[in-house]
Design a protein around this ligand. Structure first.
Ligand SMILES: Nc1ncnc2c1ncn2[C@@H]1O[C@H](COP(=O)(O)OP(=O)(O)O)[C@@H](O)[C@H]1O
Ligand SMILES: [Mg+2]
Length: 328
């Protein structure tokens, strides 16, 4: 097996200048500066092999983006070792970037006023991709993601989800060995999410491309990743198979049920009422004691149901459970 990423004891401390509002405070701060330190990463270590798709998850502010930035070479860490594809990202940036693909939520990777297709042709020159090869890859990707028309529309006229698909093509056209995806499913509907996941799996299987995916979407993780790394407060709290997290912690589903009329008492084994109002019930289902199918069946035969939404618990809740387990 080939190791693609080696991270050892990575630390990053941000020191920011604390400044209060107002003119007087601005003048004061010229004389006496107050600093605030934030330990964003407190010694992060992991290794990733070629061809893995790793889910990198954690609550807001956990240190996900800081890690990805250090790995993609746009951030100098305070200390620690990072070796990616034989490079130290922030030192060898120029040579290194041709081997990676990066899709960041906020970073504009497409020219705003041009159709994505024009950006792709520019990238072809930047990365020196042979024409035949370029066209083959591009056509394949356009077909898989179903974006024939979209890539010919100026970026500014595209929806968030359409833009995300186009960005991912832009990040992959030069066949990088390693790809960082930050929240790839944001703004996509269910069908588009499925397409994108199939697309990532296709690239991964055909080209052995390694992916690191940060996401809040448990669906992404379940479909794509066999391994997940969970970070909280700058520390890795779990690194291992998704299967273990599923069996140990993803033991509940949340059901949000809306009624046309709620005129009977709801009672069902394995199902707890979290919140109730005249027309709505929020339920927590213990999937070890009861199946979703049974509850839904019970609901629609016994009640006048308008809508049912089934969801996984948020990642924050799973992390809390992992902590509680550790304390025991
Ligand atoms: N440039 C910066 N200056 C100061 N603090 C920062 C900076 N970037 C990130 N942080 C802080 O570091 C912590 C981790 O941030 P980040 O890696 O962006 O979290 P995540 O991506 O997991 O939401 C947060 O508390 C954030 O406020
Ligand atoms: Mg982030």
């Amino acid at each position: 097996m080939t190791k693609v990423i080696h991270v050892k004891d990575l630390k990053k401390t941000f020191i920011t200048h604390k400044r209060k509002h107002g003119l007087l405070n601005a003048v004061k701060s010229l004389v006496k500066r107050e600093y605030k330190t934030k330990h964003a990463l407190r010694g992060v270590s992991f290794d990733i092999e070629e061809g893995e798709i790793v889910g990198f998850i954690g609550p807001n502010g956990a240190g996900k983006s800081t890690t990805i930035k250090a790995l993609s070479g746009v951030l100098y860490p305070s200390s620690g070792v990072v070796n990616v594809l034989g490079y130290t990202p922030w030192k060898d940036r120029v040579k290194y970037v041709t081997h990676i693909g990066v899709v960041f939520g906020q970073k504009p990777q497409l020219h705003w006023d041009l159709p994505p297709l024009d950006t792709y042709w520019l990238n072809k020159e930047v990365y020196d991709i042979p024409r035949k090869e370029f066209e083959k890859r591009l056509n394949h990707m356009i077909k898989l993601l179903d974006v024939e028309e979209i890539v010919q529309t100026p970026t500014r006229d595209l929806s968030l989800g359409e833009r995300m698909k186009c960005k991912i093509i832009a990040a992959l056209l030069h066949n990088p060995k390693l790809v960082f995806l930050d929240e790839p499913s944001i703004g996509l509907d269910v069908v588009a999410k499925d397409k994108l996941r199939d697309f990532i799996l296709d690239i991964n299987q055909r080209l052995k491309t390694t992916f690191i995916v940060t996401t809040h979407d448990m669906g992404d993780i379940e479909r794509l990743c066999r391994r997940i790394i969970i970070i909280n407060n700058g520390v890795i709290v779990y690194d291992g198979p998704i299967a273990k997290i599923k069996s140990d912690y993803l033991t509940h589903k949340h059901l949000d049920v809306k009624f046309n009329k709620l005129d009977k008492k709801f009672r069902f084994k394995g199902c707890k009422i979290i919140e109730a109002s005249d027309y709505e019930l929020k339920l927590e289902l213990d999937t070890k004691k009861q199946t979703i199918k049974n509850v839904v069946n019970y609901l629609i035969t016994e009640f006048d149901v308008a809508d049912i939404i089934v969801q996984d618990p948020p990642i924050e809740e799973i992390i809390q459970k992992i902590y509680k387990q550790k304390e025991k």
